[in-house]
Design a protein. Structure first.
Length: 95
């Protein structure tokens, strides 16, 4: 029983240490556009290209909950996370 609790604790720590969360892209993109204006649009468009591939993989039209913090940045966690999709759509509307 102690080993199961230890494994659960390690898994719980990994959830909070290292993965990237796509829903933060919305706040980042909004701040980037406020600072750089129209000159920042091409940079943000290049950042969004990676999400296109993710949206055509596992569950079409959605984005995973978490991504690895190191290359190859594989999607992890829940296969579909509505907050991530909403923020990416909001970024697209800002552009």
């Amino acid at each position: 029983m102690d080993i199961l609790l230890l494994i659960w604790g390690m898994k719980e720590n990994a959830y909070y240490q290292g993965p990237a969360r796509p829903w933060l892209m919305g706040a980042y993109a909004e701040a980037y556009l406020k600072i750089f204006g129209l000159s920042g649009v091409s940079f943000l468009e290049r950042m969004l290209i990676g999400y296109e591939e993710e949206m055509s993989n596992n569950c079409i039209g959605t984005i995973s909950e978490l991504f690895d913090g190191n290359p190859p940045y594989m999607g992890r966690g829940a296969i579909s996370f509505a907050v991530n999709v909403g923020e990416i759509l909001r970024v697209l509307s800002l552009l």
